[in-house]
Ligand binder design. Structure first.
Ligand code: MN
Ligand code: MN
Length: 469
């Protein structure tokens, strides 16, 4: 007898019915994710670690391969800040690629090109925030610095300070409540202005012989320290890609350890399972692609963002190298148009403390699994991709067949706000795209929260998608 169809839609908490073995698999997956998250706090670090892990299981830089056949695994670094990987499938590329696309940049504070200054015997870095943040959340928390800086001889100097137990951290001050009367009258958007996000980096004067009368002795101390330890001078900061991020490590939340708090879940909590689902492929039917893009938080621009042709070039190179080495542009356009993609980006989870911004009937809930979002955008669906009904049916059909739980919803209620992902930039190629990712609490905060069971089933969902679509 055919399975009885459920008349009412039901979306359940997945911890309710999970078996012992599966719960163990879920908890183990979460441990591996936390480890990867802790060493991947910037887009550069995520890409570097992803390449290392990929090479360990046989992925090769595509430039080193003359031709490609089914089962070949290749990747291309996109300016060291984005990454695209492929596992070549058995079917002809005219059937299209199966694509998972996430982003690996997260909101943070970047150093200004001329960042160092001294004021009243303390030394600071000036910053310019990157992405949508609530500025007040970045004061009085332990901060680390991660990134690279170049000297004019072209040498790259890597700097990571604030992560080891005995490292110093960095710090943005806030006003004591005793004197906060005027500050507290301001709106949350105003009381910590962007220009006040200055990070304390030192407070000792340079006492070296002959330098006692240095005009800015405290700044001189820091400049000397940086030169001694990294070989850099003040002017080199113009080359810097230095990011101030929370110094905290990812931690379990709750007595039952149901959740994980961490920096940069958006969007590494989707990038990681997308990468793992790709790593699980040996000789798939269709060619599987994993895109890990940069600059999503500021509009997917620059040569490493999803709008860059470098991602497209990689797909073109696969087409060329699985064929006779040449590319017919019309054929390529048709291959991309036949492709199918999950835009694997996070969305908000319904938060009962802030229920007024959500429509409870059209919200994703923590621990209810992957959130499928037909469209994102803001105010009248402005600026969004929208998945077609038949594509949604194809996806939900695959999930049903593979017993993958999913839920759906919008990012907040109508006119409450909104957001975007990379899906619109990919849909312009004609491919079918839908947003599908892990629901998050406190999205874009320095320390965000997700549910372990959502992460686990999202991994299984991504895997089912690339293996079955
Ligand atoms: Mn995102
Ligand atoms: Mn975001």
């Amino acid at each position: 007898m055919a399975k009885e169809k459920k008349l009412f839609a039901e979306y359940n908490n997945l911890y309710k019915d999970i078996g012992k073995d599966e719960l163990e698999a879920c908890m183990n997956f979460a441990e591996e994710y936390k480890t990867f998250l802790d060493i991947s706090k910037t887009e550069r670090e995520f890409v570097k670690n992803a390449i290392e892990a990929a090479e360990d299981i046989g992925f090769k830089d595509i430039s080193k391969k003359k031709s490609l056949k089914a089962g070949d695994k290749v990747y291309q670094s996109i300016k060291d800040k984005g990454l695209v990987l492929a596992v070549v499938g058995k079917r002809p590329l005219t059937d299209g690629f199966n694509i998972l696309g996430a982003h690996v940049d997260s909101p943070r504070l970047d150093l200004k090109p001329n960042p160092i200054y001294e004021d009243t015997e303390a030394v600071y870095f000036k910053t310019h925030y990157y992405g949508g943040i609530k500025k007040y959340q970045w004061t009085t928390i332990p901060l680390a610095i991660h990134g690279v800086i170049y000297t004019t001889d072209g040498v790259k100097h890597e700097i990571t300070v604030g992560e080891k137990e005995d490292d110093p951290i960095f710090y943005i001050t806030d006003l004591l409540p005793h004197l906060g009367n005027e500050q507290m009258k301001k709106t949350a958007n105003e009381f910590i202005p962007g220009e006040d996000l200055n990070v304390v980096i030192g407070g000792m004067p340079l006492k070296a012989k002959g330098k006692e009368n240095e005009k800015e002795p405290y700044k001189a101390f820091i400049l000397k320290y940086l030169n001694d330890n990294y070989g850099i001078c003040e002017k080199d900061f113009v080359t810097g890609e230095l990011e101030i991020v929370p110094a905290a490590k990812a931690r379990d939340v709750g007595f039952d350890r149901a959740f994980i708090a961490g920096y940069g879940h958006d969007d590494r909590v989707c990038a990681y399972p997308a990468l793992m689902a790709t790593f699980a492929q040996e000789k798939p039917n269709k060619t599987c692609i994993c895109m890990l893009t940069d600059k999503e938080e500021i509009g997917s621009y620059a040569n490493s963002g999803a709008q860059s042709v470098l991602y497209e070039n990689f797909l073109m190179e696969i087409l060329a190298k699985t064929g006779d080495g040449s590319v017919d542009i019309l054929k390529f356009r048709k291959v991309i148009a036949a492709s199918k993609m999950l835009s694997t980006d996070v969305s908000n989870a319904y938060d009962p403390k802030y229920s007024s911004v959500s429509d409870p009937k059209n919200s994703a809930y923590m621990s209810h699994g992957l959130k499928l979002e037909k469209y994102v955008g803001a105010r009248g669906k402005s600026g969004t991709n929208e998945a077609t009904g038949d594509f949604v049916a194809e996806i939900t059909g695959i999930f049903e067949k593979n017993s993958i739980p999913w839920q759906t919803g919008e990012l907040g209620k109508v006119d409450a706000g909104g957001g975007g992902t990379i899906s619109a930039y990919m849909a312009k190629f004609g491919m079918s795209v839908i947003d599908a990712g892990v629901p998050v609490w406190s999205m874009h905060a320095p320390y965000e929260m997700i549910s372990k069971i959502d992460l686990y089933y999202t991994y299984l969902a991504y895997k089912a998608f690339i293996e079955n679509i």
